[in-house]
Design a protein around this ligand. Sequence first.
Ligand SMILES: Cc1ncc(COP(=O)(O)O)c(C=O)c1O
Length: 267
Amino acid sequence: MPDPGYPVYEVGTMFAGGESYRLPCTREGGWKPDFDAIPPDVARKAKLIWLNYPNNPTGAVADIGFFEKAVAWAKQYDVAIMHDNPYCDVAYDGYKPVSIFQVPGARDVAVEFNSWSKVYNMTGWRIGMVVGNAQMVDALMRVKSNIDSGIPQAIQRMAIEAVYGPQDCIDEHNAVYQRRRDRIVEVLRRIGLEVDLPKASLYVWAKLPAGVTSSEYAARLIEDCSVVVTPGRGYGLNGEGYIRLSVTIPDDRMEEGLKRLEAWKGL
Ligand SMILES: Cc1ncc(COP(=O)(O)O)c(C=O)c1O
C-alpha cells in the first residue's frame, strides 16, 4: 500500500491475516509509488496492491502512463491490483480522472472500486461498487454476501436512482468544492504553508514549516483557534510534515475557520 495512504487498506490486510508493505511516496514523486523501487522479493510475495488516484489524503492524480506501469508490474509478479477510485468524478478545472481500465489488458489483473459516498453525497449509506476481473469480483462477492447479507434494498434502489438519474449534481457539487478549494489554498499560502493545487479529490494537502510535527501543529490549531485539521502522520510515515483539510465543510463554517487561521499568530 502507498504511504501516505487511506489507513483502511492496512486494517483490511490485518483482518485477513496478511502483512502490509508500505510503498514510500513523496511530493517529488507526485505521491505515487515507484514500481522499479519495489524489492523483487517483496513483489514475489505480494498478493495484492492498493492504488488510489485521485488520492486521499494528498489530492494527487495519476495519468495513464502510471496505470500502464502498474498493470505491467502486476502481470510480471502475478499481483492483483485494487484500484480504489471513489474520487473519479470529483475533479476540477475540467480535469477528467483516469480509470485503470483505460489500459488494455488491465482486466486480467485489476478491479476498481467506487462509492456513492463522495460523488452523490451518500456518505454513511454504506453503498459502493466494484468492477473488473470476474474471478476477483466473484471471490469478493462470496465474502461480502456472507458477512452482511447485502445492503438494505431501499438504499440499493436510491443508489440506482442516483446513478441512472440526471447527473447535473456532479458538476454542481464540483463547482462548490472547487470554489472552496481555491479559498482554502489561498489562505494556507498566505499563512506560509506550501500547497499544490489539487486537480481532484475532496482534499487540500499542505506542507508545514520544518521543525513541527503534524500532530503538534494540529493540536495547536485546536487549542489556539478551535480549528480541526487532520495530521498527515495518520496516513503513514511519509505523511509527517503535512496536514489535510477537506472541502466538504459548509461555506459559513469554512470561512469562519479560515478567518481564525489568518488571525492566528502561528507557532
Ligand atoms: C480512498 C478512499 N476509499 C474509500 C473510502 C470509503 O468510502 P465509503 O464511505 O464508501 O466507505 C474513502 C473515504 O474517505 C476514501 O477516501
